[in-house]
Design a protein around this ligand. Sequence first.
Ligand code: ADP
Ligand code: ADP
Length: 232
Amino acid sequence: MIEFKDVTKTYTTKDGDLTAVSDVNLNIDDGEIYGIVGYSGAGKSTLTRMLNGLENPTSGEIDINGDQITALSGSELRKKRQKIGMIFQHFNLLWSRTVIQNIMFPLEVAGVSRSDRKKKAQHLVDLVGLTGREHSYPSELSGGQKQRVGIARALANDPEILISDEATSALDPQTTDEVLDLLLEINKKMNLSIVLITHEMHAIRKICDHVAVMDAGKVVEQGTVFNVFRNP
Ligand code: ADP
Ligand code: ADP
């Protein structure tokens, strides 16, 4: 379970204070796909950086499975971050490494033995449908295949949550649907909670259980996708 309790983030800029996220309360249940949608500037990235411990809220609290993320020490936070899988719009792959090496990388960082890394990475390659492409380089893959590598890498350390940060925004509609189908399949198979950050309403409608709509730093609506987006 992920909880945002009265979370506010204010940046001090040369033009004065800017509140990027204002009094946000969210409850994300285990095993659900939770969408966060909003236009550019709504505060989605700021929310994401706080959720994965890259930035602290100015006030409020964020808990992931009972751990208050802001209260963790440096080494505890590094451990916890290994349990937060992230996928990105521009994939963030290591371009000089092959598919399998990219997937083994977070396992290497976590200190997993070489033979266990290989076994785990191969299992993930198969899971995301890239069997046979283990030794390709990212530059040899399509956008959808690159994101499959990103997903496999994000799953390497058995994350407690997977955060998808505009992960389909650079993909064409058909590839977007394939990647969303894969996320849904992983969510069901592993009972993995997914936070889907996007400006694409289609992605929310397709796979999310609940959604929060953000505007100017505030959550302006939240609830089931059915209730939030039903026609009046
Ligand atoms: P989104 O991801 O929805 O596009 P952001 O979280 O990036 O929204 O931005 C929300 C607001 O906070 C914007 O007005 C943005 O300019 C501002 N902002 C984001 N990061 C910073 C920062 N590091 N310093 C100052 N202002 C920021
Ligand atoms: P590097 O970019 O240093 O070669 P990674 O891409 O594996 O290595 O990133 C290291 C860690 O930082 C991973 O846990 C990854 O999910 C996270 N990370 C990378 N880029 C970002 C970002 N822009 N925002 C948040 N987390 C990020």
